[in-house]
Design a protein around this ligand. Structure first.
Ligand SMILES: Nc1ncnc2c1ncn2[C@@H]1O[C@H](COP(=O)(O)OP(=O)(O)OP(=O)(O)O)[C@@H](O)[C@H]1O
Ligand SMILES: [Mg+2]
Length: 372
């Protein structure tokens, strides 16, 4: 396992510190603090144990999002209070998605009753500026300022990517929380641009990021609003807030769906490995598990069928990808002997593209369909 060495403090905010990772300049370490704040930092208390709860919450939420195929900056947890993330230039915008009207929305839209339901969820953008209480910005304002982050200019396309991703993040988490009979009312996320100019969901997502109402009942709220609502703050109040945050982190264990699907990439020859690794990279980016196997249907038919039997015998949803050029025996042999779906993906080269293509789609009649 890779060891990370931490360097200089890059930046310290209200709730966390960001450090360099010495042996990998594309990464950083995000260390949470035992500090809770509200009202752009006007209200602030020490809350022992909060850093660990926040780190656990963020790690579980990002894991869930990664499994749903959403690109996040999260890499891995390193200890109770810190995780490694891709180092980003942060987009200084809060992306808010709301299912029900509550909170600041009601103040800005008088006459709308609390609980008004947005279908599809309503999306808003706020410029991160504590001194001016994070003013709401329109799409045109965000685009016109032309943020340049890690060499990427935030224009219309980049705005659309972040807006659509925010909606997907909300919907994935809303569905996940619904399985615990909890209503996700609204949430905010932030994005960063990594050194490959990719836009990633970044920062953290914890009990400060959303409103969460068990059974859809506002009185049962389990998020930081409980703290925001306190006029005076006693130790007992802080204990309640902490217990709520712990409850949320614990519930997240039940939300993470077990990955019960598998993509098996079978190659006719070890020389096809590079092509298979390219396929595997895409499979992984979709949040799916994969395995690479070598088996030649021509030279090792029995071995191929034995490998096939292995995957037919497991209680997992399996898709087979057959990688074989020239006369593709592998795909048709697999598909003719299994009810599992088989996808042919021959390793095309300019000089053999037509032969490989025909050998993969022109399969004997009665053979289950294979797709290129
Ligand atoms: N993956 C990342 N790469 C680089 N910086 C990050 C990353 N994730 C978060 N940060 C930055 O870490 C800093 C500290 O976070 P913290 O949330 O404590 O700041 P803050 O005081 O709340 O300020 P802000 O209002 O900007 O969130 C912020 O400037 C945040 O943008
Ligand atoms: Mg912050």
């Amino acid at each position: 396992m890779k060891e990370y060495k931490y360097g200089q403090l890059i930046i310290e905010g209200k709730t966390k510190k960001v450090y360099e990772v010495l042996n990998d300049s594309t990464l950083c370490l995000l260390e949470s603090k035992d500090r809770i704040t509200a009202g752009d930092g006007e209200k602030s208390h020490d809350l022992k144990g909060k850093a660990a709860i926040s780190t656990a919450t963020t790690a579980k939420v990002f894991q869930l999002l990664n499994e749903a195929g959403i690109k996040t900056a999260f890499v891995k947890v390193v200890n109770d209070t810190a995780f490694i993330a891709q180092k980003c230039d942060m987009v200084p915008i809060e992306w808010v998605t709301r299912r029900l009207a509550t909170g600041s929305f009601l103040k800005r839209h008088q006459g709308v009753p609390e609980g008004y339901r947005f279908n599809p969820p309503l999306q808003e953008t706020f410029f991160k500026d504590d001194a001016n209480h994070d003013p709401q910005w329109s799409e045109e304002q965000v685009i016109s300022i032309g943020f340049k982050l890690n060499g990427l200019t935030i224009g219309k396309d980049e705005f659309d990517i972040m807006q659509r991703t925010s909606l997907v993040v909300f919907e994935v988490l809303e569905k996940a929380w619904a399985t615990r009979n909890c209503a996700l009312i609204d949430m905010k996320i932030e994005f960063g641009v990594n050194q490959n100019h990719e836009i990633l969901v970044a920062d953290i997502i914890d009990s400060d990021s959303w409103r969460l109402w068990p059974s859809g009942d506002k009185r049962l709220m389990k998020d930081k609003q409980v703290y925001r609502n306190l006029a005076t703050v006693t130790q007992e109040d802080l204990d309640t807030v902490k217990r709520n945050f712990e409850w949320v982190a614990d519930q997240l264990d039940f939300l993470i769906p077990p990955t019960n699907s598998l993509v098996v990439i079978l190659m006719g020859s070890p020389s096809d490995e590079d092509h298979c690794k390219t396929i595997a990279k895409h499979v992984k980016s979709l949040g799916l598990k994969f395995q690479l196997r070598v088996c030649s249907a021509h030279k090792g038919t029995e071995e191929t069928l034995r490998i096939l039997a292995e995957y037919e015998g497991i209680h997992t949803k399996v898709v087979l990808i057959a990688v074989a050029g020239r006369s593709n025996g592998l795909g048709p042999v697999l598909s003719g002997n299994t009810s599992l779906p088989v996808i042919n993906c021959p390793p095309f080269k300019p000089e053999n593209i037509s032969q490989d293509l025909w050998s993969s789609i022109n399969v004997p009649s009665g053979n289950l369909p294979t797709i290129v």
